[in-house]
Design a protein around this ligand. Sequence first.
Ligand code: PMV
Length: 313
Amino acid sequence: GEQATGSAHAKVILLGEHAVVHGRPAIALALPHLRVTVVATRTTGAATLRTEEYAGPLDRAPDVLGPLVTAARATSEHLGCSPAGVDLAVRTGIPVGRGLGASAAAAHAIVDALVKLHGSELDEEGRFDLVQVAERVAHGRPSGLDARATRASGALLFRAGRSTPLPVALGTSLVVADTGVRGTTREAVADVAAFVERSPHRGSVLLDRLESLTLAGAEDLAQDRREALGGRMTAAHDMLSELGAGHPALDRLVEAAVGAGALGAKLTGGGQGGCVLALAPTPEDADRIVDALESAGAVGSWVLPPAASGAAP
Ligand code: PMV
């Protein structure tokens, strides 16, 4: 039958994860290497969903696919169409539970495919709202950062639900490496909130410092201040670890990256597993840092070259 394809990409958080849940700003970068695509096909029967782990009626999809089911239903309702008569085939190259925005990207791809299949139009705010409905199923109370960053290109500064494109003149590469340990953003967010409740003074000191690092980091990006940015990244890693988002596997990769010459490194995203982000002194140093990360146990790695991190939004 008639078909339409939707897609979205992964993201990494440069600075400000967790603090953003507490009203502070954060910086996200698109990771266009990793994508999810959804092919929506008109059928005659009930709505169906196909992923790597499931193929069957939308109504009977397992709980882990709840956010995707929600995205499909909410989009159909918004467009005034029945979810029936559509097959959604999801193909994702974004590992889940690694802080790369897999759930938000998949929801965006579903929204995009259905909007196109139904010949409708939907502006960015409309798309954002539908993805947030799905993200609430995935995360509880998502800040909205993933829903913005998995659609936007380049870098963005996010605060209180709004995002603005950030100018980037960074002349070097960022390396993303996966610990292979699955972190649950929902649990990490709850653990950080519990820390702040238990130790309100220390909690707000750390959140304020993360905010300062983020705002200064935005300047570093615009002015290609690499050493300063690297230092802020490592400082943020230590603060996030103190707040409860750390994991020994993350520390191991941060140490390996810095040992191989990275100007700084930190966990990225929800933490308690997932990925680290490391800043190479020059683009030529990225391969050496990747090798060190893989020797230290990384199960996957991606290099964001200067052109990608600096793409004008
Ligand atoms: O990158 P993820 O999907 O693990 O989550 C992200 C960022 C947090 O700040 C920890 C949560 C949020 O809702 O912003």
